[in-house]
Design a protein around this ligand. Structure first.
Ligand code: 8IG
Length: 275
């Protein structure tokens, strides 16, 4: 798709554009319906190869409303994957982050598109900072709940949506049936793209947060609005600022992701096989 993103027209209907995107995916893949969708954040990319057989790889730029990834370490493709259990997965390697400044409609477009393809389960993964000292870099953690610190929402107008059990207890239990050592915690979505100050990390801890990141919460809200069941998982790639004694670096994050990738991707593949 060249030129302007249709989502940048404020009078456009984001759900109509998601329906267009889903129709385009069906046209390019010949797959009428996807059952589950996965957004693979830093460190989780290998899961795309492990969950099943990729039958189609689509550059995100071919699908209405999607844009090129802003960052190294992020992949700009959508994949249709045939799972061993006969289901179909849509793998989203093209996350738009809130900090890119294109607005929340662009951030949640992949989730709305996944729902429009028929997906009823949304798996949201990310790389994130850990507040609990016992979580060394490379630890995967289930997201039990979130605190949205962006002061924004994908919902527009008087759309009141209940967020109790936003991150499905059933799916968390299923994940723990595969790896009983999985811990869980509350994810705080900060706006970014700067990492937190140590004082902000202490604030997050004081208000009940355990994980700090720059994605996922807004996407989860949109997924709930679409009626999907949500599994959230973070890969702790670093301890949050001030919890670890050394400064944070993007290279460190990429490296921790790379080191943990095969282990956590295999874990995620096992979870997907049980859905
Ligand atoms: I990877 O420590 C990763 N993403 N906000 N803080 C925030 N986002 C992150 C961090 C972190 N690590």
């Amino acid at each position: 798709m060249h030129g302007a993103n249709p989502l940048d027209d404020p009078t456009a209907d984001p759900f109509a554009i998601a329906a267009d995107a889903a129709a385009r995916i069906a046209e390019l893949t010949g797959v009428e319906r996807h059952d589950v969708a996965l957004t693979l954040g830093s460190g989780w990319g290998r899961a795309a190869d492990l969950i099943g057989e990729t039958t189609h790889t689509i550059p995100a730029t071919e699908v209405p409303g999607f844009s090129k990834p802003a960052l190294e370490g992020h992949v700009g493709t959508l994949r249709s994957v045939s799972l061993p259990n006969g289901k179909r997965a849509l793998v989203i390697g093209a996350r738009t982050h809130y900090y890119e400044g294109h607005g929340v409609r662009r951030v949640v477009h992949s989730v709305r598109t996944a729902a429009a393809t028929g997906a009823t389960t949304m798996i949201l993964t990310n790389g994130a900072g850990g507040i609990r000292e016992t979580w060394t870099p490379g630890t995967p953690v289930l997201i039990s709940d979130h605190i949205n610190l962006t002061a924004d929402s994908p919902l527009e107008g008087a759309t009141f949506i209940d967020l109790t059990d936003l991150y499905s207890r059933r799916l968390r239990d299923l994940a723990r049936s595969i790896d009983p050592s999985l811990d869980e915690g509350v994810y705080c979505q900060f706006r970014g793209p700067h990492y937190e100050t140590p004082a902000e990390v202490q604030m997050a801890k004081a208000i009940g947060g355990h994980i700090v990141g720059m994605s996922t919460a807004l996407e989860a809200i949109a997924a709930r609005q679409a009626g999907m069941e949500i599994l959230g998982m973070s890969l702790i790639t670093n301890l949050a600022a001030g919890i670890q004694q050394t400064p944070l670096s993007h290279e460190e994050v990429i490296e921790a992701g790379r080191a943990a990738e095969s282990v956590i991707s295999a874990l995620l593949a096992k979870i997907v096989a049980e859905l």
